[in-house]
Design a protein around this ligand. Structure first.
Ligand code: ADP
Length: 180
């Protein structure tokens, strides 16, 4: 009798495991990917069954790289990280997250300066789709001040970016800025 109960429970758990796979999306511009983004991605795959890094095709801000270029750089920079995929998306973030059946949207919090905008965005998104949670994560303190914007400025002034982005991203940045 006891065995049957355990067997039932085991069955229940395994079928639940299939339907309860927790997917998180990590949306952003990633123009370009930095070690700050990569730090967050590595933390995220430890918390969720699957993570999709979602590259905004047409972000609100001006971008240097096309979405295909940004996604390609992300793919190369995260090669070998398990249960991770990279894709581009259009339109309203919460609608995309719902289509993907995501449980959560991940965002990074660096400084207090990120807080106000992120707080407004999280509460707006919650009002639009209450079933999708926004989760904030902090990077290693070494990357707390790092932003793609800063990296682009530093690259345009010829700085060495080895502590901030992978070498191939630095090369792409300098090539792109030369053409611009
Ligand atoms: P967005 O345009 O959506 O702000 P970004 O590509 O700048 O896109 O960033 C995507 C997400 O990653 C944001 O939540 C941002 O706060 C976070 N992020 C960016 N840089 C870092 C970093 N150095 N450390 C932690 N999180 C970061």
């Amino acid at each position: 009798m006891q065995q049957a109960v355990w067997r039932d429970r085991a069955f229940f758990l395994s079928s639940e495991a299939v339907t309860m796979q927790k997917l998180a999306i990590y949306p952003g511009t990633f123009d370009p990917v930095t070690y700050g983004h990569i730090d967050l991605i590595k933390r995220a795959v430890q918390l969720f069954d699957r993570v999709i890094v979602s590259v905004a095709n047409a972000p609100q801000k001006e971008v240097l790289f096309s979405s295909a270029e940004r996604a390609e750089m992300l793919k190369a920079a995260t090669k070998g990280i398990p249960r991770l995929s990279i894709e581009c998306f259009d339109g309203l973030l919460v609608n995309y997250a719902k289509r993907k059946k995501a449980k959560a949207m991940l965002r990074g919090l660096r400084m207090i300066s990120d807080f106000e905008y992120e707080f407004q965005m999280a509460l707006t998104n919650r009002r639009l789709k209450p079933e999708i949670e926004t989760i904030y994560m902090m990077p290693n303190e070494a990357y707390c001040y790092l932003s793609s914007k800063l990296i682009k400025e530093a690259a345009s002034l010829g700085a060495n970016l080895k502590d901030f982005v992978p070498r191939f991203v630095e090369r792409q940045l300098k090539l792109k800025l030369r053409k611009a």
